[in-house]
Unconditional design. Structure first.
Length: 283
């Protein structure tokens, strides 16, 4: 064996060991976080946590039912804003975009994806909260919806690109128009991947706190309608965690466990959808 071959073999062995150590470290950190949350939050996680309102300061017990419902309402509004815009934007870039305008849209989308969430919160505060003169569920959902747009655009575009060009050509050769080809052939072929990207997008914004401090703000009670401040799990976690009350700290741990559980369920569901698609393609 030459010296160069021996050197390459040694480098490959070192790189393999380094990547294995990094992978093990990543897994260990995740397991540690999960275990820590389960240990601290699982003790205060009970049925009352999901069904009752928060108790006043000094009273133990209570729950975060209003925050769970509030988070669901915020994510619903965010989906109604971010999903259609992101989806049709991705369809345009993948199927109709030219060179110059598509480049500008992609670059702008990537820039928007890198904007700090607190800046988006300030933007939503300026364009919705200030004109309305009060915080609201709509403002919070708008902020989260803006954050969803760039990821929805890019994920939709990438999954549409993954559809073989031959499917488009075959449909158009049979006389289908371009829009009909996209609607009946291309999008159904990429549907599972697009849904996976949108679910991961929703899971990403579900834990955002900074935008909600400027928009939805918070509420110790049930939020009346969509035009009033509403509680949310991320804001409740923040509020309870910085408070000087031990019972609130335990509630914050429980809320953190619930929020992480929701994100994990969304991620696992997305992975299952993708794996099922891959198995169907192999079959």
């Amino acid at each position: 064996m030459s010296l160069r071959a021996a050197w390459r073999k040694s480098v490959n062995a070192v790189m393999l060991s380094l990547t294995a150590v990094c992978a093990a470290a990543t897994l260990s950190i995740l397991v540690f976080i999960l275990g820590y949350l389960v240990y601290h939050g699982g003790r205060d996680l009970n049925w009352a946590f999901f069904t009752r309102l928060p108790k006043p300061v000094g009273e133990t017990g209570g729950g975060m039912a209003n925050a769970i419902v509030g988070s669901a309402k915020l994510l619903l509004i965010a989906s109604l804003i971010g999903v259609p815009i992101g989806f049709f934007g991705g369809v345009y870039l993948a199927e109709f975009g030219g060179k110059t305008f598509s480049f500008v849209v992609r670059y702008t989308t990537d820039l928007l994806n890198g904007v700090p969430s607190i800046v988006i919160g300030i933007f939503a505060y300026a364009v919705i909260v200030l004109p309305m003169n009060h915080f609201s569920t709509i403002a919070g959902g708008f902020a989260l919806g803006v954050m969803m747009i760039p990821i929805a655009v890019r994920s939709t575009e990438e999954f549409l690109y993954a559809v073989p060009r031959s499917l488009r050509e075959a449909a158009m050769a049979l006389g289908a128009s371009k829009w009909r080809t996209i609607a009946t052939v291309v999008i159904p072929a990429a549907f599972r991947g697009i849904m996976t990207g949108l679910m991961l997008d929703l899971a990403r914004v579900a834990g955002e706190t900074a935008p909600l401090l400027f928009t939805a703000f918070g509420n110790r009670f049930w939020s009346a309608g969509w035009n009033q401040p509403t509680a949310s799990l991320p804001v409740m976690i923040y509020t309870y965690a910085i408070a000087p009350y031990d019972d609130w700290h335990r509630q914050a741990w429980a809320a953190g466990l619930v929020l992480l559980g929701l994100v994990l369920v969304a991620n696992i569901s997305a992975r299952l959808i993708l794996s099922r698609r891959a198995s169907m393609e192999r079959a």
